[in-house]
Design a protein around this ligand. Structure first.
Ligand code: SIN
Ligand code: MN
Length: 268
């Protein structure tokens, strides 16, 4: 999947790009089932809310076949390679749950702030590219983005270790209000299979989910190989140390895996 010149221009201007229905219902059904099975496991890569509900599962591309394939999928790798003009490695991989009824807030933040401060990433040349595993609605805690906020560089942030179970470098209200006065807020919504990519310095966050509808999203953070992290402080299953360039799988690799799983279940 390659981006048009108009899409690339829009990304640079707005700081994000939403590509609806990039993955098929069959591909997403496999990933959704695998995500739910992962959340049911008891392993250190799974971070829980204060309530005990799953919040995020890290590094699933290292221990799950469907997510290994997703982590090298050309529909995700190619657009980001186009933007950075070089090969990529996986800096971080997470499946965020935003569980029904209890999914907690992600405060306003920039991701590059964390990658720079905690991981020693030299430049904001890493990109989040996300795949919706559930329908993302206005009511179930969609990701909210402040368009054009990526043009303000890396903003001052405070380390919030108390609001949720997950420590985060967050922005103060005055900063967010100033940027929103300029750029507004968008919350791309849509069917499972939608893809959302956004700049490392784009300000974003999400509200809690009090609805019965879960909102699972997988986030790949793809870093340009030359921009590999220099001084990591977080565990290697959060900020990876393997800087090997990703070799994309064939475009139908996930569909073939989904068909294979379907056949196996039908035979059981
Ligand atoms: C994030 O900012 O890393 C995640 C936000 C979300 O999944 O709502
Ligand atoms: Mn973030």
């Amino acid at each position: 999947m390659t981006l048009s010149a108009a899409e690339i221009a829009r990304f640079h201007e707005e700081g994000y790009l939403f590509l609806p229905e990039a993955f098929t219902p069959e591909e997403v059904a496999l990933m959704r089932a695998e995500a739910e099975a992962i959340y049911a496991e008891n392993r250190p890569e799974i971070w829980r809310e204060k309530s005990g509900a799953p919040r995020t599962a890290f590094a699933a591309h290292t221990f799950n076949e469907a997510f290994r394939v997703l982590g090298a999928h050309p529909r995700l790798i190619e657009p980001v390679e186009q933007i950075f003009g070089e090969q990529l490695y996986m800096h971080q991989f997470k499946i965020n749950a935003k569980s029904a009824f209890t999914g907690d807030v992600w405060q306003w933040h920039q991701d590059y702030g964390t990658w720079a401060r905690d991981d020693g990433m030299p430049e904001p040349r890493a990109m989040n590219i996300a795949v919706f595993l559930d329908e993302v609605m206005a009511i179930n805690g969609p990701l909210m983005l402040v368009p054009r906020s990526h043009t303000h560089g890396t903003l001052a942030a405070g380390h919030d270790v108390s609001t949720t179970s997950y420590p985060l470098w967050t922005l103060d209200e005055a900063t967010v209000a100033r940027l929103v006065a300029e750029g507004g807020i968008v919350a791309p919504t849509g069917k499972p299979g939608g893809v959302l990519m956004f700049h490392g310095n784009l300000v974003h966050g999400s509200a809690g989910n009090i609805t019965p509808y879960p909102r699972k999203i997988v986030y790949l953070t793809l870093n340009a190989v030359s921009n590999h992290i220099r001084t990591p402080t977080r565990p290697d299953w959060i900020a990876h140390r393997d800087f090997t360039p990703i070799v994309p799988v064939p475009d139908d690799a996930l569909a073939r895996l989904a068909a294979h799983h379907g056949r196996r279940h039908a035979a059981e």
